[in-house]
Design a protein. Structure first.
Length: 202
C-alpha cells in the first residue's frame, strides 16, 4: 500500500477518534477537500475524517448497542472503505449521508453471522401520536434504554430520530421497506416510553 493509504484512519496516531477543532467552514470548503482527496491528497482526507469521525463513531456506537470495541472497529472500517471508494462518491448526496451509508454497512457487518434483519409491518405498531420522549430524561438513562432496544427498532431510531436521516434513507441503508422503517420508529418510541416508565404498558 502507498504512503497515502497509510494515513487512513487507524494509522493516524494514538488518538484516531479525536475530531477536528477546525472542521470545514462551508459546503464549498468540504467539496474542495473531497476533490483534493479524490486526487490522492491524504491530508485533505484527514481533514474530512477529523470533521466527521465523532458523528460517525456516535452512529456506530448507537447502532451496536453501546459496544465500544465494535463501534471503534466499525468507525475505522468506515473511513478505510471511504478512502478506497472515494472516487465513487458522485456528490448527488451529502458527503455525511454517503459516509453514514458506509457506516451502517460496517456496523451491521460486525454483527454477522448473528445479525438478523428485523421486519415489522406498519399495521403491527400503533401510532403513538403526541407521546414523545420528554427532554428531562437523563442522557445516560436514555442511551441505556436505546442500547436495549431490539436491533431493528434501534437502528431506525438512531438513523431517523437521532441522526436526522429520512425514512427513505434509513430504508436504503438497512435494506428494508420505507413502511417498515416508519413502523420500527413507532415501535422504538413506544418501547422507550415503556422502559423509561413514562407510561404504563398496555
Amino acid at each position: 500500500m502507498s504512503d497515502v493509504v497509510a494515513k487512513v484512519p487507524g494509522h493516524w496516531g494514538a488518538e484516531p477518534l479525536r475530531p477536528s477543532a477546525q472542521p470545514p467552514s462551508s459546503d464549498l470548503a468540504e467539496r474542495r477537500l473531497i476533490r483534493d482527496a479524490c486526487r490522492g491528497d491524504a491530508d485533505a482526507f484527514e481533514r474530512l475524517y477529523r470533521a466527521h469521525v465523532a458523528r460517525v463513531h456516535a452512529l456506530c456506537l448507537r447502532l451496536l448497542g453501546g459496544r465500544h470495541d465494535r463501534a471503534e472497529d466499525a468507525t475505522q472500517e468506515t473511513f478505510v472503505a471511504a478512502w478506497r471508494g472515494l472516487a465513487g462518491f458522485s456528490g448527488q448526496s451529502r458527503f455525511s449521508t454517503w459516509l453514514h451509508r458506509i457506516a451502517v454497512h460496517c456496523a451491521l457487518q460486525s454483527q454477522r453471522p448473528g445479525f438478523r434483519r428485523y421486519e415489522v409491518s406498519a399495521a403491527e405498531v400503533p401510532e403513538i401520536g403526541a407521546h414523545e420522549i420528554p427532554e428531562d430524561v437523563p442522557a445516560l438513562d436514555l442511551e441505556a434504554a436505546i442500547a436495549e432496544l431490539p436491533d431493528g427498532a434501534r437502528h431506525v431510531l438512531v438513523l431517523v430520530a437521532l441522526h436526522g436521516h429520512t425514512h427513505a434513507e434509513a430504508a436504503e441503508f438497512l435494506g428494508i421497506a420505507e413502511g417498515t422503517s416508519k413502523a420500527q420508529l413507532n415501535r422504538a418510541r413506544q418501547l422507550l416510553i415503556h422502559r423509561l416508565s413514562l407510561k404504563d404498558p398496555p
